[in-house]
Design a protein around this ligand. Structure first.
Ligand code: SF4
Length: 608
C-alpha cells in the first residue's frame, strides 16, 4: 500500500509485549485512517461493561495516509478509544509527533494492559521498547518532553505525554505533544494515567511512499492556490483561532457566565488587545502553510515565553467564568498545558461551580472558598487544585456531570452531552451547531462537525452544502448530515479543520498518494460508515435517543444580545436527522438496512 506502512503495533503493558498487526487494504479503503480506523480496530474490544480505566481498555494512537507527506496541514495524529465518559472518544493533535510516529515505521500503535510501575513507550525504526518512567512521574508536560528527549539522546524525537492531571485520573486530563499542542478532549490523559503510561516517544526515517508523484504535485499546487485565496486562511495565520472572537461576539456565539449570557466587554480579551499587550510570534504544525500556533512574551510568574490561549480556551477560562483578565488567562492556559488538562472541560467545570455558588447550591463551606465570577487568580488556583485533586479540586476533577450528581442539580442545568462538557460556540447562535453537540459520537463537540463555519459562508458547493438562516435548520438537516459525514473523512485523514481545501482537492490528494481511484461518493460514504460504526459502539455502551440531548441551560432564550429571544428546539431537527441517518427513532440505533448499506452488516447483529 502507498501512503500507509500497512503495519500497526499492538503493545500490551501488562506483559511488556509488542505484536505487529497487518493493516488490511480493505480496512484502509473503508475507514481511511485516524479515528475511523481506530473505531474499526477497537470495535471488538469495546464491550458493554468495559471499565475505561481497566487494564483491558485500549488506546489507539493512529496516523493517516497524509501524515508525513507534503499535504498542507495533513499531518495530525489521533488518539481514540473508550473515553472516561464511558462512550466513544477521539481527539486529534497537530505538531510533529504524528510524523515522528509514522516515520518510526507504523501507521499507529494500539496500547492495552497496565504497567506495574510508570513507563513510557519508545517507538522507533520499526520496533518499540517499554522504558522506565519512574523519574518522570509527577513532572509536568513540558519537563517530561525535555527529559525524555535528553534520555533518548537522538535528534528529532517527539513526545506525546501526560502531566499531573493524567496521573491523578482527572476525567478531562489531556495528552500534550510538541511543547503545547494538545489532544485535548475526551480525557485520554486519564486513560494513559490508569495504565501507568507517562508518554509515547517516537522517531524514525521510514518514508511514506506516494503512488503518483506527478498527480500529487498537481493536486498540491491546486489546493495551495485555493487556500491562498481564502480570507480564513490569512485570518488564522495572523491571529490564530482567537481571531474568531470579535466576529463570534457580534453574532452572540461567545458564551458568558456559564451560558447565561453573551454580552460582556469583549475588547478586554480580543485578539487585537492581546497583540497590543504582548509581542506575539507564530509557529506551525508539520507541513502547514497557515501557522495558527502563537506564543507570547509573557515575562511574568517566572515564565518568559508561553503558548497563547486558543479561542476555546480564552472563552472557557475567561468570559464563561466571568474572567476578563488577560494576564491570568494566559497563565491559566499555561497551567492546563503543564498539567495536561482539557481547557474546555476545566473551564466549564469551574464556571458551573461559580454558577452554583451564585445560586447558593454550593456554599463557601462546600468549596472551602468563595467562588465569585471573574476572579482570575482563583481560577488559576482551582486549576492547580484540580490537577492535584486537592480540596474542592477533587470535586471539580470529575467534571460537570459528577458535580451535578453531588449537589443534586437538575440535568437541564448541566452543560454536557454524553458526559462531555459543552464547548464555546453558543448553540443559540447557530441552531445546527446545537444539533452537532447533541449527535456527535464523543458528546458535545464543536468540530464534529463545525457547522457554524458553514453558516458563516463556507458552503461546499460540490456536496450541495450551503449556508442558510442560522436560526432555522428546517429542510437543511440533510446538508448537515452530509457535512458531518465529510468531517469524519477529514478526521480520518488527520487533515486540520482549518485548511480550506475543497473535497475534490482532498480526494485528488488521497488518490494520488494511495494510487486508488475512490469516487467522491465512496469517499463521503466512508465518512458515513465510520460515523455509524461509532454510533453502534455507543449503542453497545447503552446510548439511546435520550442521550442525543441539549440541556436547557444552553438552549433557553436569553434576554439580551444578538441572540435575544432565540430558543433552540431540538426535537424537530432530531426527527429529520434520524430520518436522513436511517436511525430508528425509538431505540436510537442505526437500522439493519442502513448498516447493511454501509457494509456493516456484521455489526448489525450486535445491537439487534
Ligand atoms: S492550522 Fe494551526 S492547528 Fe492546523 S495544522 Fe496549521 S498550525 Fe496546526
Amino acid at each position: 500500500m502507498k501512503g500507509y506502512h500497512g503495519k500497526i503495533l499492538k503493545i500490551d503493558l501488562s506483559y511488556g509485549s509488542s505484536t505487529p498487526i497487518d493493516l488490511k487494504e480493505e480496512w484502509a479503503k473503508a475507514y481511511i485512517g485516524g479515528v475511523g480506523l481506530a473505531a474499526k480496530l477497537l470495535f471488538d474490544q469495546i464491550t458493554p461493561d468495559l471499565d475505561p480505566f481497566s487494564p483491558e481498555n485500549y488506546l489507539a494512537y493512529l496516523t493517516g495516509p497524509f501524515t508525513g507527506t507534503r499535504v498542507p496541514s495533513g499531518s495530525r495524529f489521533a488518539i481514540a478509544g473508550l473515553s472516561p465518559n464511558g462512550v466513544w472518544g477521539e481527539s486529534t493533535s497537530g505538531g510533529h509527533f504524528g510524523v515522528a510516529l509514522k516515520r518510526a515505521g507504523f501507521d499507529g500503535v494500539l496500547i492495552t494492559g497496565k504497567a506495574e510501575k510508570p513507563v513510557y513507550i519508545w517507538v522507533h525504526d520499526g520496533e518499540a521498547e517499554i522504558k522506565d518512567a519512574t523519574h518522570l512521574w509527577g513532572k509536568d508536560c513540558y519537563e517530561t518532553q525535555e527529559i525524555i528527549k535528553k534520555d533518548l539522546g537522538e535528534k528529532g524525537v517527539r513526545v506525546s505525554c501526560i502531566g499531573l492531571a493524567g496521573e491523578n485520573l482527572v476525567k478531562y486530563a489531556c495528552v500534550i505533544n510538541d511543547a503545547g499542542r494538545a489532544a485535548g478532549r475526551c480525557g485520554f490523559g486519564a486513560v494513559m494515567g490508569s495504565k501507568n503510561l507517562k508518554a509515547v516517544a517516537a522517531h524514525g526515517d521510514a518514508k511514506v511512499e506516494i503512488a503518483d508523484e506527478e498527480k500529487f504535485d498537481e493536486a498540491y499546487n491546486t489546493t495551495m492556490r485555493t487556500n491562498q485565496a481564502n480570507p480564513f486562511f490569512h485570518l488564522l495565520g495572523k491571529y490564530g483561532t482567537l481571531g474568531y472572537l470579535d466576529m463570534g461576539f457580534l453574532l452572540g456565539d461567545v458564551p458568558y457566565k456559564y451560558f447565561t449570557g453573551t454580552v460582556f466587554p469583549a475588547e478586554n480579551v480580543s485578539p487585537t488587545t492581546l497583540m497590543e499587550r504582548y509581542p506575539v510570534k507564530g509557529y506551525a504544525c508539520f507541513g502547514c502553510p497557515i501557522g495558527c500556533g502563537k506564543r507570547v512574551r509573557y515575562n511574568k510568574k517566572g515564565i518568559d515565553e508561553v503558548d497563547t490561549p486558543e479561542y476555546e480556551t480564552i472563552v472557557a477560562l475567561g468570559p464563561l467564568c466571568g474572567n476578563l483578565d488577560l494576564d491570568e488567562l494566559i497563565y491559566a492556559n499555561h497551567l492546563c498545558n503543564a498539567y495536561g488538562m482539557d481547557t474546555i472541560s476545566a473551564g466549564v467545570s469551574i464556571a458551573f461551580s461559580m454558577y452554583l455558588f451564585e445560586k447558593g447550591v454550593i456554599s463557601e463551606r462546600d468549596a472551602g472558598m468563595r467562588l465569585e465570577w471573574g476572579d482570575g487568580e482563583r481560577i488559576s488556583n482551582l486549576i492547580k487544585m484540580i490537577a492535584k485533586r486537592e480540596g474542592f479540586g477533587d470535586v471539580l476533577a470529575e467534571g460537570v456531570r459528577a458535580i451535578a450528581a453531588k449537589f443534586r442539580v437538575n440535568e437541564e442545568e448541566v452543560a454536557e452531552v454524553k458526559g462531555l462538557e459543552v464547548p464555546m460556540h453558543d448553540a443559540r447562535a447557530f441552531f445546527g451547531q446545537g444539533l452537532g453537540y447533541a449527535t456527535s459520537p464523543r458528546g458535545a463537540c464543536h468540530n464534529r462537525p463545525d457547522w457554524f463555519v458553514v453558516e458563516l459562508g463556507t458552503g461546499i458547493q460540490e456536496l450541495d452544502i450551503s449556508p442558510g438562516e442560522r436560526f432555522n435548520m428546517q429542510g437543511r438537516v440533510s446538508s448537515f448530515v452530509k457535512y458531518q459525514n465529510f468531517r469524519e473523512v477529514y478526521n480520518s485523514l488527520l487533515l486540520c479543520m482549518f485548511i480550506q481545501s475543497t473535497p475534490r482537492e482532498v480526494l485528488d490528494l488521497f488518490n494520488s498518494i494511495t494510487g486508488w481511484n475512490l469516487s467522491m461518493e465512496e469517499f463521503v460514504r466512508a465518512g458515513e460508515r465510520m460515523f455509524n460504526l461509532k454510533r453502534v459502539i455507543n449503542n453497545l455502551r447503552g446510548i439511546t435517543r435520550k442521550d442525543d440531548k441539549l440541556p436547557r441551560i444552553v438552549t433557553a432564550s436569553l434576554n439580551e444580545g444578538p441572540t435575544a429571544g432565540k430558543s433552540l428546539g431540538l426535537e424537530a431537527m432530531l426527527r429529520e436527522y434520524y430520518e436522513f441517518r436511517g436511525w430508528d427513532w425509538e431505540s436510537g440505533k442505526p437500522t439493519a438496512q442502513k448498516l447493511n448499506e454501509l457494509g456493516l452488516g456484521d455489526v448489525a447483529e450486535k445491537i439487534s
